[in-house]
Design a binder for this molecule. Structure first.
Ligand code: KG4
Ligand code: ZN
Length: 343
């Protein structure tokens, strides 16, 4: 077996077409093509996403090979997202990966999207600490599709300790942002507007969920109700209070997440905590977790660099690399899955 294999990773589970090439845990290239078309529809339109992946994957692959300064024949394996995600989009990525594998006569490596978000931390210099977390650690996965606390024992041994019972935190950001008049995805817009806002201006109720599970549907209704009531008295309420609303909503979410992680620490006695997924790009959530570890130096917090928070091909390639090292190759007749499956 090649000592330092070169792995290509293809990510197409949602609305980013992402391709990356990795060697020796180092990113040689990392291409992300955003599908801005969904903005005007207020959310991802599956049919449009599949068509754009079909158009963009070959472009992204060519670019990734060029920027990595390699020849396509130097690739040792092709890894791709097998799920969870939108089935049409996953099928486009998997078909392309399978064709590449047959054409180059190299193995395929299927990758679970959530596991890949977590293993982002093992790409060289991918988190703000520039270090790899030691096992075991806790990972708070906060994305558009998922909100989970996972105990990570090893690259391939992970246990879900808690999940959302209803909406994901990313979906909550996006839906609330829509009420405030922002386009999709609204999370980054709330983040931007919150920077000039007062987070103490509005108080929202926090969910009472036992154990390590989450719930965001109550918070969403609470926000909607407050805005509806205020709009009855003042039709300009949203525009006059946008920044304060964003800051208050964001801080409530950050506190809910931090409180749950503190509970998980108490339960497991594990002091290393990693964040992963698109919502971990949020500046207030990052700030709150960093502050928490500054106040309690025995807790180590690992936060991905911004480029590795949202969907990217490097996280798929690094997971593929670990599978390659263990010779965990997959058969060409694998099928993508849309719903969360334990890895
Ligand atoms: O991990 P990701 O790219 O895709 C999924 O696997 O779902 O996460 C996308 C989610 C979206 O809901 C988006 O609004 C949210 O991440 N997001 C943010 C920020 N950047 C992305 N949410 C809050 N603040 C941000 N800065
Ligand atoms: Zn994701």
């Amino acid at each position: 077996m090649n000592k330092k294999p070169i792995i290509i990773g293809i990510e197409s589970s949602c609305d980013e077409t992402a391709v990356s090439i990795i060697k020796n845990r180092k990113v040689l290239s990392n291409i992300i093509i955003h599908q801005n078309i969904h903005r005007k529809y207020g959310g991802v339109v599956p049919e449009l996403a599949s068509r754009l992946h079909d158009k963009n994957i070959p472009i992204a692959v060519k670019k990734a090979i060029f920027l990595a300064k390699i020849k396509i024949k130097q690739l040792d394996a092709v890894s791709f997202t097998i799920g969870p995600g939108m089935i049409g989009s996953l099928l486009v990525g998997s078909s392309f990966a399978k064709s590449l594998s047959i054409g180059l006569n190299i193995p395929i490596l299927t990758v679970n999207h959530i596991q890949a978000h977590i293993l982002t931390h093992f790409i060289k210099n991918a988190n703000i600490n520039n270090s790899y977390p030691k096992f075991p650690f806790l990972c708070l996965v906060i994305s558009g599709g998922h909100t989970q606390i996972i105990k990570v024992n090893d690259f391939f041994k992970m246990k879900v300790l808690g999940s959302t019972l209803d909406d994901s935190v990313g979906d909550t950001f996006d839906k609330v942002a829509r009420i405030l008049g922002f386009h999709y995805p609204g999370g980054p817009m709330i983040d931007t507007f919150s920077k000039n806002g007062n987070y103490k201006k509005f108080i929202f109720s926090k969910p009472l969920v036992n154990g390590l599970n989450f719930s965001f549907s109550g918070l969403k209704s609470n926000i909607l109700q407050l805005i509806k009531n205020k709009l009855k008295k003042n039709p300009f309420f949203i525009n006059e209070n946008k920044s304060d609303l964003c800051a208050s909503i964001q801080r409530t979410i950050a506190e809910i997440l931090l409180e749950k992680v503190q509970k998980a620490i108490l339960k497991t006695k594990i002091c290393r905590i990693a964040l992963a997924g698109g919502v971990s790009a949020n500046h207030d959530i990052r700030k709150m977790f960093i502050l928490f570890s500054k106040k309690n130096p025995k807790y180590e917090i690992f936060i991905p660099k911004k480029i590795y928070t949202t969907d990217n091909g490097a996280m798929i390639a690094i997971t593929g690399l670990f599978k390659y090292e263990k010779k965990l190759f997959d058969s060409i007749d694998v099928h993508p899955f849309s719903k969360f499956e334990i890895f």
